[in-house]
Structure formats: structure tokens, C-alpha cells
Design a protein around this ligand. Sequence first.
Ligand code: SF4
Ligand code: SF4
Length: 178
Amino acid sequence: MLKKYEKFLKDFDKKIDKYFKEQSEHLCCREGCSGCCEVGDYPFTQLEMMYLMQGFRGLPPLVQEQVRNNLLTIKNNRVSTHLFYKCPFLLNNRCCVYSYRGITCRTFGLAYLMRNGVVKLPECVNEGLCYSKVSKDGILTVEPVKEDLDLPEITNGKLAKKYKLEFGPSRSLIDWFP
Ligand code: SF4
Ligand code: SF4
């Protein structure tokens, strides 16, 4: 299943790269910017999680240790499952499993049109980053990506069907760890 998922990701990344190019004048993403990994709940399906852990197993032991420590700290300090947290895989403002990151991670930054007609803006619009110059009070004044990029739409979408993928249940990243 992971081999098929890798093929799916190749196609998916191609499509997302095109969206990033089309929307580039409204985006502020750059090396070292990690706001989208600092506060969130990071939904991951079982398949994405298996792939992420494949990346984790390839990390040097010391880096694995840092991630484990982050996980423990989050788990120990999490008083409610509704609270957002910093992703445990973010080390020194960089994703340590970048090639293995989840689907939602790959779409961070893009504004897109959801199936219900509402435009979803990235959180960092409130920090003066992506789309902040072309939106006011949550209303976008330019065309967003015309595809619903919410995780369930993608895991049930045409491309996932083409590769006959079974993503399994979705949980907040931290909840995959006992
Ligand atoms: S897996 Fe990587 S890209 Fe995704 S939220 Fe965590 S640090 Fe960010
Ligand atoms: S989505 Fe926003 S916070 Fe994340 S890298 Fe891009 S500009 Fe930075």
C-alpha cells in the first residue's frame, strides 16, 4: 500500500506545485517559516501516519530522540484533546520528515474553494502572511484554488481511487501515539 501511496503522492505533489505557482504572488511561504507547524491539530489518516513513521525510522537516533521528547512533552501537557499544539516533528523550524509529511502539510498556505462554496483561507492570513494583502475580514478578493483540498475530499477523491488507496481513519497526529 505504501508503494501505491508514493505514486499517488508524486501525482498529488505535481498538482499542488502547480497551485503554488499559480497563487505565488499571494503566498509568503519560504525556507524557515514554520507558523503552520507551530499551532494546529494536524489530521492524519492511518496510511499517512504509516508513511510518516517510515520517514521517522530513517532519521538518525538523536533526532528520533528529540521527536520522542517532543511527543512526551505534548502528551504530558495536553489537558484537552481540543487544544492545538506544535507538531513534534518540527525541529529548529524545519520538518524533520519533510518528504514523508502528510497531505494537509502539503497544502498549507493555499486558499481554496470548498465544496460548500466557502473559501478556506490559511491560518497565517491572520499573521499578515499568505493572502493577507488580498483579503479583508476573511473575504478573499482574488480567485482561490478551485478544488476542495480538505483531507477527506482528497482521501476520497479521484486520484486516491485511481491508486485504489485505503486511507483508514483520521486522527489528530498526536492521538496516533499511545
Ligand atoms: S509533519 Fe512536518 S510539515 Fe507536517 S505539521 Fe509536522 S513539521 Fe509541519
Ligand atoms: S503557510 Fe504560512 S506559516 Fe506556513 S510556511 Fe507558508 S507563510 Fe509560513
